[in-house]
Unconditional design. Structure first.
Length: 155
């Protein structure tokens, strides 16, 4: 089972992403959170997210409530236990300065959300194919082990 965390505040885009991944031949579990604070809690397995599996891939929107996607990316890449996680920026912004900043902060890739329904599904399917069929992900330690190292005594 592959685990993907989508950080997206637009329910329509979240549903389109869910549909695209549901058509995969791979077994993908998609979790969705709708703001930057929840994203960090999920990734750190804090509070209500204490028992969740660590994601194999993060799909991150930039325009989020509470903490922006760029802030989430910055915090994620500053954490040695989370730094190896591949982060795909999936957003509507085509601004060159945002693209450059995201890559400078450690984004694995940057994808502009297509407006057209079928193109959006194709883009998400291409992300899934690339990250889970073409690219070789490192065999990093499990999220559970990382959490235990950072928070001894917490299960």
């Amino acid at each position: 089972m592959l685990h993907v965390l989508l950080v997206e505040d637009n329910p329509g885009d979240a549903e389109l992403t869910r549909q695209a991944l549901a058509s995969s031949r791979l077994s993908i579990d998609l979790a969705v959170v709708d703001d930057g604070e929840k994203a960090l809690q999920y990734l750190r397995r804090e509070g209500r997210y204490a028992g969740v599996p660590g994601p194999d891939l993060l799909l991150l929107d930039l325009n989020l409530p509470k903490l922006s996607g760029e802030e989430v990316l910055r915090e994620l890449k500053a954490d040695p236990g989370l730094r190896p996680l591949p982060v795909v920026i999936l957003t509507s912004s085509e601004a060159e300065n945002e693209i450059s900043r995201c890559y400078a902060e450690g984004a694995s890739c940057y994808v502009v959300k297509p407006v057209e329904f079928s193109s959006f599904l194709d883009a998400v399917s291409a992300i899934e194919r690339f990250w889970f069929s073409v690219a070789r992900l490192s065999r990093r330690e499990s999220a559970s082990a990382r959490t235990q190292k950072r928070n001894p005594g917490r299960k």
